[in-house]
Design a protein around this ligand. Structure first.
Ligand SMILES: [Zn+2]
Length: 130
């Protein structure tokens, strides 16, 4: 039961984190807090099963909150989860999801194998400005 709950929590928190970050919130801090609360609840859940439901409830409300909140002014949007660079072979501008960074991918324009470069800008420090 605890493991199913833990899987559910990961399932809820991951998209919530991504959404909060895209909306310009300090998602990393919120992420740490919710992970902390859920870990405690899951720990208690070993002796008191009701706490497991509480942990799932917290992570689900975290997800709902991330959907409901309005984007902050100057929010980076989903673009922060994409890496755009010029293909070394054909010089066309190509875009990949950020989780592909460092991986070899096929260029959608010319079909050449390219390595997706690392993203250089730090998102959390950029989101602090007004
Ligand atoms: Zn190319």
């Amino acid at each position: 039961m605890v493991w199913i709950a833990a899987a559910l929590i990961v399932l809820f928190i991951q998209p919530a984190y991504r959404r909060l970050k895209a909306k310009g919130y300090p998602a990393r801090i919120a992420f740490k807090i919710i992970i902390f609360i859920c870990t405690i609840c899951l720990g208690i859940g070993i002796v008191e099963p009701a706490a497991v439901y509480l942990a799932v409830f917290f992570s689900l409300s975290f997800l709902l909150m991330s959907v409901i909140v309005r984007p902050r002014e100057g929010a980076p949007g989903d673009a922060i989860f994409q890496i755009t660079f010029a293909c070394p072979a054909c010089r066309e501008s190509i875009t990949f999801d950020f989780d592909r960074e460092g991986f070899a991918e096929l260029c959608p324009k010319c079909g050449e194998i390219v390595r997706v470069p690392k993203k250089t800008s730090d998102v959390d420090s950029a989101s602090g400005r007004q």
